[in-house]
Design a protein around this ligand. Structure first.
Ligand code: 16G
Length: 240
Protein backbone atom coordinates (compact mmCIF):
# COMPACT_ATOMS: atom_id res chain seq x y z
CA UNK A 1 0.00 0.00 0.00
CA UNK A 2 2.92 2.32 0.73
CA UNK A 3 5.42 2.98 -2.05
CA UNK A 4 8.65 4.05 -0.36
CA UNK A 5 10.35 4.94 -3.65
CA UNK A 6 7.52 7.26 -4.75
CA UNK A 7 8.09 11.03 -4.81
CA UNK A 8 4.81 11.36 -2.86
CA UNK A 9 5.67 11.63 0.86
CA UNK A 10 4.74 8.52 2.82
CA UNK A 11 2.47 10.39 5.24
CA UNK A 12 0.50 11.72 2.25
CA UNK A 13 0.11 8.19 0.86
CA UNK A 14 -1.17 7.03 4.25
CA UNK A 15 -3.51 9.99 4.47
CA UNK A 16 -4.97 9.06 1.05
CA UNK A 17 -5.38 5.44 2.07
CA UNK A 18 -7.13 6.38 5.33
CA UNK A 19 -9.40 8.77 3.38
CA UNK A 20 -10.27 5.96 0.98
CA UNK A 21 -11.19 3.72 3.91
CA UNK A 22 -13.38 6.44 5.40
CA UNK A 23 -15.11 7.15 2.07
CA UNK A 24 -15.73 3.47 1.39
CA UNK A 25 -17.27 2.99 4.84
CA UNK A 26 -14.57 0.52 5.88
CA UNK A 27 -13.97 2.89 8.80
CA UNK A 28 -17.39 3.66 10.23
CA UNK A 29 -18.72 7.12 11.31
CA UNK A 30 -18.50 7.47 15.09
CA UNK A 31 -16.28 4.39 15.44
CA UNK A 32 -12.55 4.41 16.26
CA UNK A 33 -9.93 3.72 13.58
CA UNK A 34 -7.04 1.38 14.48
CA UNK A 35 -4.48 2.85 16.90
CA UNK A 36 -1.29 4.58 15.73
CA UNK A 37 0.65 1.52 16.78
CA UNK A 38 -1.59 -0.84 14.81
CA UNK A 39 -1.48 1.38 11.74
CA UNK A 40 2.29 1.66 11.89
CA UNK A 41 2.47 -2.14 11.79
CA UNK A 42 -0.13 -2.38 8.97
CA UNK A 43 1.71 0.17 6.82
CA UNK A 44 5.24 -0.76 7.88
CA UNK A 45 6.15 2.82 8.80
CA UNK A 46 7.01 4.73 11.97
CA UNK A 47 4.33 5.92 14.40
CA UNK A 48 5.47 9.48 13.72
CA UNK A 49 4.55 9.11 10.06
CA UNK A 50 1.13 7.65 10.93
CA UNK A 51 0.56 10.45 13.43
CA UNK A 52 1.29 13.11 10.81
CA UNK A 53 -1.28 11.58 8.42
CA UNK A 54 -3.89 11.35 11.19
CA UNK A 55 -3.24 14.93 12.34
CA UNK A 56 -3.90 16.21 8.81
CA UNK A 57 -7.19 14.32 8.67
CA UNK A 58 -8.13 15.70 12.10
CA UNK A 59 -7.36 19.23 10.91
CA UNK A 60 -9.51 18.61 7.83
CA UNK A 61 -12.37 17.42 10.03
CA UNK A 62 -12.50 13.83 8.73
CA UNK A 63 -11.34 12.38 12.06
CA UNK A 64 -11.53 13.59 15.64
CA UNK A 65 -9.51 12.62 18.69
CA UNK A 66 -10.96 11.87 22.10
CA UNK A 67 -8.52 11.98 25.01
CA UNK A 68 -7.69 8.51 26.24
CA UNK A 69 -10.16 6.85 23.86
CA UNK A 70 -8.60 7.08 20.42
CA UNK A 71 -9.30 8.59 17.01
CA UNK A 72 -12.79 8.43 15.52
CA UNK A 73 -14.41 8.95 12.13
CA UNK A 74 -16.36 12.25 11.91
CA UNK A 75 -19.79 12.66 10.40
CA UNK A 76 -19.51 13.96 6.84
CA UNK A 77 -19.72 17.76 6.63
CA UNK A 78 -22.97 19.38 5.56
CA UNK A 79 -22.70 20.87 2.10
CA UNK A 80 -24.23 24.32 2.05
CA UNK A 81 -24.90 25.87 -1.37
CA UNK A 82 -23.99 29.54 -1.54
CA UNK A 83 -26.34 30.50 -4.33
CA UNK A 84 -29.77 30.93 -2.78
CA UNK A 85 -31.13 33.19 -0.07
CA UNK A 86 -32.38 30.45 2.22
CA UNK A 87 -32.89 30.25 5.96
CA UNK A 88 -31.28 27.90 8.41
CA UNK A 89 -34.63 26.18 8.97
CA UNK A 90 -35.12 25.62 5.23
CA UNK A 91 -31.54 24.40 4.79
CA UNK A 92 -31.82 21.82 7.55
CA UNK A 93 -35.28 20.60 6.52
CA UNK A 94 -34.08 20.18 2.93
CA UNK A 95 -31.60 17.65 4.30
CA UNK A 96 -34.05 15.79 6.47
CA UNK A 97 -32.56 17.23 9.67
CA UNK A 98 -34.68 18.72 12.44
CA UNK A 99 -33.81 22.39 13.11
CA UNK A 100 -34.15 23.91 16.57
CA UNK A 101 -33.02 27.10 18.28
CA UNK A 102 -31.75 28.03 21.67
CA UNK A 103 -32.34 31.68 22.43
CA UNK A 104 -29.45 33.10 24.42
CA UNK A 105 -30.33 36.78 24.27
CA UNK A 106 -33.18 39.00 23.15
CA UNK A 107 -33.04 42.73 23.80
CA UNK A 108 -33.77 46.14 22.35
CA UNK A 109 -30.71 48.36 22.13
CA UNK A 110 -28.98 51.29 20.51
CA UNK A 111 -26.81 49.56 17.92
CA UNK A 112 -23.05 50.05 17.59
CA UNK A 113 -22.11 52.61 14.93
CA UNK A 114 -21.14 50.13 12.19
CA UNK A 115 -24.39 48.19 12.57
CA UNK A 116 -26.45 51.39 12.40
CA UNK A 117 -24.58 52.40 9.25
CA UNK A 118 -25.02 49.02 7.52
CA UNK A 119 -28.73 48.89 8.39
CA UNK A 120 -29.21 52.48 7.13
CA UNK A 121 -30.66 53.56 10.48
CA UNK A 122 -31.45 57.11 11.39
CA UNK A 123 -29.93 58.71 14.44
CA UNK A 124 -31.36 57.21 17.65
CA UNK A 125 -33.14 54.30 15.94
CA UNK A 126 -33.17 51.07 17.92
CA UNK A 127 -32.59 47.47 16.94
CA UNK A 128 -33.48 44.11 18.39
CA UNK A 129 -30.36 42.14 19.20
CA UNK A 130 -30.85 38.39 19.21
CA UNK A 131 -28.35 35.63 19.93
CA UNK A 132 -29.40 32.13 18.91
CA UNK A 133 -27.73 28.73 18.84
CA UNK A 134 -28.89 26.91 15.74
CA UNK A 135 -29.14 23.13 16.11
CA UNK A 136 -29.64 20.32 13.63
CA UNK A 137 -30.93 17.10 15.19
CA UNK A 138 -30.12 18.75 18.54
CA UNK A 139 -26.44 19.21 17.64
CA UNK A 140 -25.15 22.80 17.66
CA UNK A 141 -24.16 23.87 14.15
CA UNK A 142 -23.87 27.65 14.42
CA UNK A 143 -24.31 30.63 16.69
CA UNK A 144 -26.01 33.69 15.21
CA UNK A 145 -26.07 37.30 16.36
CA UNK A 146 -28.87 39.12 14.59
CA UNK A 147 -29.67 42.83 14.51
CA UNK A 148 -33.14 43.80 13.28
CA UNK A 149 -34.32 47.42 13.01
CA UNK A 150 -37.33 47.86 15.32
CA UNK A 151 -38.93 49.93 12.59
CA UNK A 152 -38.70 47.03 10.11
CA UNK A 153 -40.29 44.38 12.36
CA UNK A 154 -42.11 46.12 15.23
CA UNK A 155 -43.41 44.20 18.27
CA UNK A 156 -41.02 41.26 18.15
CA UNK A 157 -40.92 39.18 21.33
CA UNK A 158 -38.79 36.31 22.62
CA UNK A 159 -41.51 33.91 21.43
CA UNK A 160 -41.03 35.19 17.88
CA UNK A 161 -37.74 33.28 17.85
CA UNK A 162 -39.04 29.81 18.69
CA UNK A 163 -39.12 29.05 14.98
CA UNK A 164 -37.93 30.55 11.71
CA UNK A 165 -37.25 34.27 11.39
CA UNK A 166 -37.79 34.18 7.62
CA UNK A 167 -41.21 32.51 8.06
CA UNK A 168 -42.10 35.26 10.50
CA UNK A 169 -41.00 38.02 8.13
CA UNK A 170 -42.90 36.53 5.20
CA UNK A 171 -45.98 35.00 6.83
CA UNK A 172 -46.64 37.07 9.96
CA UNK A 173 -45.39 40.45 8.72
CA UNK A 174 -46.34 39.76 5.08
CA UNK A 175 -43.05 41.22 3.79
CA UNK A 176 -41.06 40.01 0.80
CA UNK A 177 -37.41 39.08 1.27
CA UNK A 178 -35.34 40.13 -1.73
CA UNK A 179 -31.58 39.72 -1.60
CA UNK A 180 -28.59 39.71 0.71
CA UNK A 181 -24.92 40.59 0.68
CA UNK A 182 -22.72 38.06 2.39
CA UNK A 183 -19.08 37.93 3.43
CA UNK A 184 -17.26 34.89 4.75
CA UNK A 185 -14.00 34.52 6.63
CA UNK A 186 -12.25 31.97 8.80
CA UNK A 187 -11.55 32.73 12.42
CA UNK A 188 -10.68 31.09 15.72
CA UNK A 189 -13.87 30.58 17.70
CA UNK A 190 -14.70 33.30 20.24
CA UNK A 191 -14.09 32.09 23.79
CA UNK A 192 -17.71 32.20 24.92
CA UNK A 193 -18.91 30.55 21.68
CA UNK A 194 -16.77 27.41 22.02
CA UNK A 195 -18.91 26.13 24.87
CA UNK A 196 -22.16 26.89 23.06
CA UNK A 197 -20.91 25.14 19.93
CA UNK A 198 -19.33 22.33 21.98
CA UNK A 199 -15.99 22.66 20.20
CA UNK A 200 -12.41 23.08 21.31
CA UNK A 201 -11.49 26.69 22.31
CA UNK A 202 -8.81 26.65 19.58
CA UNK A 203 -11.15 25.37 16.85
CA UNK A 204 -11.76 27.29 13.66
CA UNK A 205 -15.19 28.58 12.66
CA UNK A 206 -16.52 30.01 9.41
CA UNK A 207 -17.86 33.46 10.08
CA UNK A 208 -20.51 34.81 7.79
CA UNK A 209 -21.88 38.32 7.87
CA UNK A 210 -25.15 38.69 5.99
CA UNK A 211 -27.14 41.87 5.42
CA UNK A 212 -30.55 41.03 3.99
CA UNK A 213 -32.95 43.36 2.22
CA UNK A 214 -36.67 43.35 1.49
CA UNK A 215 -37.69 43.60 -2.15
CA UNK A 216 -38.26 47.34 -1.64
CA UNK A 217 -34.57 47.71 -0.72
CA UNK A 218 -34.98 48.18 3.04
CA UNK A 219 -32.43 46.21 5.13
CA UNK A 220 -34.21 44.03 7.70
CA UNK A 221 -31.37 42.04 9.27
CA UNK A 222 -27.65 42.06 9.83
CA UNK A 223 -26.47 38.67 11.01
CA UNK A 224 -23.10 37.47 12.15
CA UNK A 225 -23.02 33.68 12.14
CA UNK A 226 -20.22 31.41 13.30
CA UNK A 227 -20.52 28.01 11.70
CA UNK A 228 -18.68 24.95 12.93
CA UNK A 229 -15.95 24.37 10.35
CA UNK A 230 -15.85 20.69 11.23
CA UNK A 231 -19.52 20.28 10.26
CA UNK A 232 -19.86 22.57 7.24
CA UNK A 233 -18.51 23.13 3.80
CA UNK A 234 -19.81 25.81 1.47
CA UNK A 235 -20.33 25.05 -2.19
CA UNK A 236 -20.94 27.45 -5.05
CA UNK A 237 -21.48 26.92 -8.74
CA UNK A 238 -19.45 29.28 -10.86
CA UNK A 239 -19.87 29.89 -14.56
CA UNK A 240 -17.71 31.31 -17.25
C1 16G B 1 -29.44 31.75 8.00
C2 16G B 1 -28.86 33.10 7.63
C3 16G B 1 -29.29 34.18 8.58
C4 16G B 1 -30.79 34.18 8.75
C5 16G B 1 -31.28 32.82 9.15
C6 16G B 1 -32.77 32.75 9.22
C7 16G B 1 -26.66 32.38 6.79
C8 16G B 1 -25.21 32.59 6.80
N1 16G B 1 -27.41 33.11 7.61
O1 16G B 1 -28.86 31.23 9.13
O2 16G B 1 -28.90 35.42 8.06
O3 16G B 1 -31.19 35.12 9.73
O4 16G B 1 -30.85 31.86 8.21
O5 16G B 1 -33.09 31.46 9.64
O6 16G B 1 -27.13 31.57 6.03
P1 16G B 1 -34.49 31.07 10.24
O7 16G B 1 -35.54 31.57 9.28
O8 16G B 1 -34.44 29.59 10.35
O9 16G B 1 -34.63 31.74 11.58
Amino acid sequence: MVNKSSHIPIYVQIEEELKRRIDSGEYVVGEPIPSERELSVIFGVSRMTVRQAITNLVLNGLLYREKGRGTFVSKPKLEQPLNGLTSFTEDMRARGLVPSNKLIKFEKQQPPFDIARDLLLEEGEEVYFIVRIRNADEQPMAIERTYIPVRALPNLTEESFNGSLYRLVEDTYGLKIGNAIQQMEASIVAKEDSKYLQIDPSAVVLMIKRISYLTDGRPFELVRSSYRADRYKFISEIQR
